[in-house]
Design a protein around this ligand. Structure first.
Ligand code: WT7
Length: 655
């Protein structure tokens, strides 16, 4: 798709200056301070980041090289430095805030646990020793498939501590997806739980893990199982090991493994427009630095805060703003295991009230869903502890923004709309809440040191206000992805394909308004954004055609009030098309099938059967036409090249 013709229709003029009460003691409280930082960063971005890295990271051995471009676009930051991420998140706080709360945990069923930095340190060390006792060493890959409980963070931190590379797989992904990720990473170990509590039900993690392992995953030697639910599960002697047995007698001190700054901290799989999900590889020091600076600049974090990021650790947001960033700055985080509406629609606000949450960070899809339930629900709770609100995952529509601002933030809390990606590692474009006025729907301005731009097809900056173009990052930044695991070629092809390989191509289109504010307009590739989660249309198509009755499938997104985008699938069956295009039994079966192949988030919302898919003479599926139909809009495209124009009525569901 070309971005040249995208002109924005959204015209949001409201401007919200930082509230005086917030500004009064914000870390960065004036436009001047911010301008000075930006100026420094723009003049000398490597010098700027070197200073940040020296002051924010505790190094075992300081670095002398700041940025090594010799393998560009595989950039290396601080490469001769030695450090450890877990040391930076735990050990360095012990002396000054060992008794400070690190984690407040609430289970879906109401069980509450708190862990101080001392306790978290001891738990991480014991588990790290358990990993070592199982023969895990630096560089080994470990897949983590856990519910949203402190042990998920403990497992990640323990890996970081010994230099093992973790790959967290979201607990909502299926056995099939888990298997693909284990195999791609060549993982030696899987860490999981018997199950987790979500939506009033048990998520059968161990059962899914067993299924994945039964179908492949030859590299897995051991499975460590945390007992969360206590329900009956199968246990394979010799392979499976209970978490509590694994840590039994383990020392609660474990010296961190000093690793090179570039040592991979983790892989995280994310969808692209082609092929299987790619293992985004992140570094240790550069990644950590981005999470720290953004915690300070965007979230204005301090010791008195209780920071709640609602993301699951299975997504990058849960890595950067649950497992690493907040701990690296010694903050208190809240972790909630379950669904937002259990036992009732007030659960989130109830948690905010009881635990005096001060910073709340969630996704527009959740905001919209909670907004729909009405203002009376949040009105029943005392939300006066909140001081800052955040949004991430997709553009937030102005209506939801205003609701968030008024009903949840009570017009007191700035809203930080944060644009970033799995690949960028940390927040890239977002307001600095004490210094930047916000506009509903805009992620505002790039953070200091992030040289973002909107460019045309030829890589030239677009300076005309509100004209759409490609969102690019023009200079490397410390927390950027380093490569796609095992596939350098794909890394280069996906992220550096244009503009002479000089600019990082985010895959989003964007525009800038007259004040230079960025407005994200959507993806430029075949990637869907369902509830803030990325899914490749091709992934869903491959899942559908893997079903014995499906011959061909095409998947597009259509706008959805709550989810942002809903999945619309056009399916051609082997054999004849169901009469009138309706077969409810098969539709149900296909939806369940996709959930099993990928995970429930990938279930098509609509399935329409036709005799053929609309193709151009050269055989390309006419996706734009399919999108128009999915939206229920009038067809204005030229359909004369269609081999069989009669199928249009089938695609529209009219015959
Ligand atoms: C894609 C990245 C970053 C964590 C969650 C998603 C979209 C993300 C925003 C925002 C508009 C946004 C983009 C981006 N996106 N944040 N504030 N405004 N769009 O991570 O799965 O890697 O997806 O999410 O399209 O490219 P992800």
């Amino acid at each position: 798709m070309s971005v040249e013709n995208i002109d924005s229709v959204l015209n949001e003029e409201r401007l919200f200056e930082p509230a005086a009460i917030f500004k009064a003691d914000a870390r960065i409280s004036s436009a001047d301070t911010l301008a000075t930082m930006r100026h420094h960063a723009n003049e000398d971005y490597t010098g700027f980041w070197a200073e940040q890295a020296r002051s924010e990271i505790s190094w075992h051995q300081p670095f002398s090289t700041v940025l090594d471009k010799s393998h560009a676009p595989h950039y290396q930051w601080f490469s001769d430095g030695l450090m450890n991420v877990s040391y930076n998140c735990l050990d360095r706080h012990l002396e000054t805030k060992g008794n400070h709360t690190a984690i407040v945990f609430e289970g879906e069923q109401g069980d509450i646990r708190t862990l101080t930095y001392h306790q978290l340190y001891a738990d991480v060390c014991a588990f790290a020793n358990a990993l070592k006792a199982q023969g895990i060493t630096k560089g080994d890959r470990i897949v983590i498939y856990m519910p949203m409980i402190p042990e998920a963070v403990i497992a990640m931190q323990a890996c970081a501590r010994i230099g093992a590379i973790h790959s967290v797989v979201f607990g909502g992904f299926s056995a099939e997806s888990l298997k693909d990720r284990i195999e791609d990473a060549g993982a030696r170990m899987l860490i999981t739980a018997d199950g987790g509590h979500r939506g009033g039900k048990i998520v059968e993690l161990k059962a899914a893990a067993d299924k994945a392992l039964a179908s492949g995953c030859a590299t897995i030697e051991k499975v460590i199982v945390y007992q969360r639910t206590g329900h009956a599960i199968e246990f394979k002697e010799g392979r499976d090991l209970w978490w509590h047995d694994a840590i039994d007698c383990m020392d609660s001190i474990c010296m961190p493994e000093w690793v090179e700054a570039e040592h991979p901290l983790f892989l995280l799989y994310t969808s692209g427009s082609t092929g299987k999900p790619k293992g985004i590889q992140h570094s240790s020091a550069g990644y950590l630095l981005g999470t720290i600076t953004s915690m300070k600049w965007v979230f204005d974090i301090r010791d008195s805060d209780t920071f709640w990021c609602t993301a699951d650790v299975g997504w990058v947001t849960g890595h950067s703003y649950v497992a690493y960033g907040p701990l690296a700055v010694g903050a208190t985080i809240l972790i909630y295991e379950g669904a937002p509406t259990v036992p009732n629609a007030g659960r989130f606000w109830d948690i905010c009230q009881r635990h005096k949450v001060t910073i709340f960070y969630t996704a527009p899809t959740a905001i919209r869903a909670l907004m729909k339930l009405g203002d009376e629900i949040p009105a029943q709770y005392d939300l006066s502890s909140l001081r800052l609100l955040g949004s991430v995952g997709e553009p937030i529509n102005p209506e939801a923004w205003i609701w968030y601002h008024k009903t949840i933030g009570q017009e007191r809390c700035p809203i930080v709309d944060t644009w970033w990606q799995t690949e960028t590692g940390c927040i890239m474009i977002a307001p600095i809440p004490g210094a930047v006025a916000t506009k509903p729907g805009s992620c505002t301005l790039p953070l200091p040191g992030i040289i973002a731009d909107v460019v045309d097809e030829n890589g030239n900056s677009i300076n005309e206000p509100n004209k759409g173009g490609y969102l690019v990052i023009k200079k490397p930044w410390p927390s950027m992805l380093r490569t796609v695991w095992g596939d350098d070629e794909r890394y280069i092809k996906t992220y550096w394909p244009k503009f002479g390989g000089k600019y990082y191509l985010a895959g989003d289109s964007a525009r800038r308004d007259k004040d230079g504010y960025f407005w994200i307009m959507g993806r430029i590739d075949d990637v869907l954004n369902v509830s803030g989660h990325r899914l490749g249309t091709m992934e869903v198509e491959s899942a559908l055609v893997a079903h014995p009755r499906v011959a061909e499938a095409a998947v597009v997104g259509r706008p959805d009030e709550i989810k942002g985008e809903a999945i619309f699938a056009y399916v051609v069956l082997k054999g004849t098309r169901p009469a009138g295009g309706v077969d409810e039994v098969l539709t149900k079966e296909l939806r369940a099938w996709v959930a099993e192949q990928i995970g429930p988030i990938a279930k098509p919302d609509d399935i329409r059967y036709s005799d053929n898919l609309p193709k151009t003479r050269s055989g390309k599926i006419m996706r734009r036409l399919l999108r128009t139909i999915a939206k229920g809009e009038e067809i204005t495209q030229d359909t004369s090249t269609l081999e069989n124009e009669a199928i249009l009525l089938q695609l529209q569901g009219k015959v």
